[in-house]
Design a binder for this molecule. Sequence first.
Ligand code: PMP
Length: 444
Amino acid sequence: MNGRIPTLGGTGGSRAWFDRAQSSLAGGISSSARLTSTGPHPYPLYMASGSGTRIRDVDGNEYLDFLISYGSAVLGHAAPELTEALTGVLHSGTMFGTCNPVEVELAELICEMVPCAELVRFANSGSEAVQGAIRAARGYTGRSKILKFEGHYHGWSDTLAISNRPTAAEAGPYDAPHAVPHSPGIPGGVVDDVVVCPWNDPAALHAVLEAHRGELAAVICEPIVANNACTMPAPGFLDLLREECTARGIVLVFDEVCTGFRTGPGGAQALFGVVPDLAVFSKALGGGLPIAAFAGLRQVMEPMARGQVKHGGTYNASPLCATAALVTLRRLNRTEVTKRIDETGRQVMETIRRATRDRGIPCAVQGVGAMFQTVFTPDGAPTRHYRDLLTTDQDRYHAFRHELLKRGIHTNAYNMACWFVSATVTDDELAATCEAVTEAVAAL
Ligand code: PMP
């Protein structure tokens, strides 16, 4: 079906599945992030199928999908070239737990596409690959502490699930934030090894680096902060990180789980022209299958390459997932593909800007075309760091998201997350999205 999409019908089927899930799945869900609501309805949507940009829930409602499994289904759902390649692997064996030729071809392609990538290791999720990069950085430097930025997300594992979403009361002073564990169950010893700093603030960065001189193994960041509503790096801030890390012998890690291969074939490091020592990839890498990677300079990866620093994983780079990644990256390595993704998103961004401006609604539409978010800041200025996000109008965000959902546009439920654009949005689907956006803003 092209053009206009139907408005949201009943969602009783989703409600029934959520009720049923309570007795077998803890909390009825498989990931904390999935406990969302459907507008006024206190239960998440249950999806049944997808094709291209479209997904269909268990009640038969159809949506244009701008969640695309958090950016993973970058070629669209059930992309024919993936289906064909993966069907072949299903027939020839999905996994042997041994070395396989596809992982080699995939690693070679990553080294060709990504500026920092000289050696690669694979994992199965972003959290795992972050853990691998941090292990590599600690093994290489012989130091323990990691500097992370307040609000940046690097997965759910203990290592860095710290100060992801602290409340204003927990967060402490702006320029010397507390390290706040994201959850009970994270040991104090782990928290003690994490130093937190505000994003985009050169003076605060300098002070924190000085206070921990000689102690830091790595500085890690999301170069575009997908998990802080696509807060962009201030001009020169990534360069400053590069200079400081080089001068101090600290490993600079870019978490490109969201930006990788999506913001262009070389990810954010190519976009901004700043090359980290290590980078972490997942999401768009697998085109919808679970695969992740960490990659970086030969020198930093060398202790792992020698087998001195350990890293393992039964499922790492299985033929099934490595094939999905190879097919996906071959497509994303064509600049016309990432360019189209970017241009599609930019048109939606511009439509939101125009519609909100016409109605005098203060907000910023920030990020890049491939991943962006609308933030209802009090003065309409873009956010600079996590604390700015605490002052945005969340009720208005949720109302906007609900109005979009009613018009068949599926986006992330969280105001601090973002829209992800796939390569399959047709001109008609883009026009329908822009029309729905304009109507949704008018309904606010
Ligand atoms: N880093 C970033 C920047 C992420 O956005 C995410 C997931 N949203 C992760 C790491 C963790 O990835 P995963 O959920 O695959 O463990």
